[in-house]
Design a protein around this ligand. Structure first.
Ligand SMILES: CC(C)(COP(=O)(O)OP(=O)(O)OC[C@H]1O[C@@H](n2cnc3c(N)ncnc32)[C@H](O)[C@@H]1OP(=O)(O)O)[C@@H](O)C(=O)NCCC(=O)NCCS
Length: 163
């Protein structure tokens, strides 16, 4: 497994990976129609290309020996002190092998001066909340996401990454 920054040429493989991951992760949490609407809006080729080329976004991919994506994460610089992790997804057949933690730790190496890492997780995504809690994240607030007039309850977690 190797971890590298995403390139424009990875765009279609990222789109396929995210479509699979969203269906695997959210099929029992978010209605199917809403998942497909979110995927077509937020994970279109153009949206992904703009993230890959955005200098305020770090987009990391974990690939296996066949160069297939097995995990990815995106971190956005929110301010001089705060980073926001927009995504962390590991392929369902590769979870619990240390790849999520490796992606998280590798992404933090790019930001030695930022102090807080913030994450927003769906309130019903217990697996992810347990994972982040295990890694020392603390809940700071309950929040809500509005997608096409539908409310999705979320929680915000944070961790101090540099002092
Ligand atoms: C949540 C997720 C990213 C975790 O990644 P992972 O590769 O399976 O986790 P790792 O193997 O790197 O685990 C790292 C550590 O967390 C622990 N851990 C992993 N999942 C855990 C869980 N559900 N509860 C408690 N601890 C957990 C591991 O035991 C390991 O502990 P250690 O470092 O003390 O040995 C992965 O399950 C995933 O992609 N889930 C679906 C997508 C998702 O919900 N993403 C988050 C929303 S953005």
């Amino acid at each position: 497994m190797n971890i590298k920054q995403a390139k424009v040429s990875d765009c279609l493989a990222i789109k396929d990976f995210l479509h699979r991951s969203w269906e695997d992760t959210y099929h029992s949490i978010i209605p199917k129609k809403l998942i497909s609407d979110i995927l077509s809006q937020r994970h279109s080729k153009n949206e992904l290309l703009s993230e890959i080329t955005d200098p305020s976004v770090l987009f990391l991919l974990a690939k296996n020996s066949r160069s297939e994506i097995v995990g990815l994460t995106t971190l956005k610089i929110e301010s001089d002190t705060d980073l926001f992790m927009g995504r962390l997804y590991i392929d369902k057949n590769h979870q619990k092998k240390g790849i999520g933690k490796a992606l998280l730790l590798e992404s933090l190496r790019f930001f030695p001066k930022h102090q807080h890492l913030i994450i927003e997780v769906q309130e019903k995504n217990k697996n992810a909340i347990d994972f982040y809690t295990h890694l020392g994240f603390l809940m700071i607030a309950k929040s809500e996401m509005y997608i096409q007039n539908k409310v999705i309850k979320t929680i915000l977690l944070t961790k101090i990454i540099n002092t």
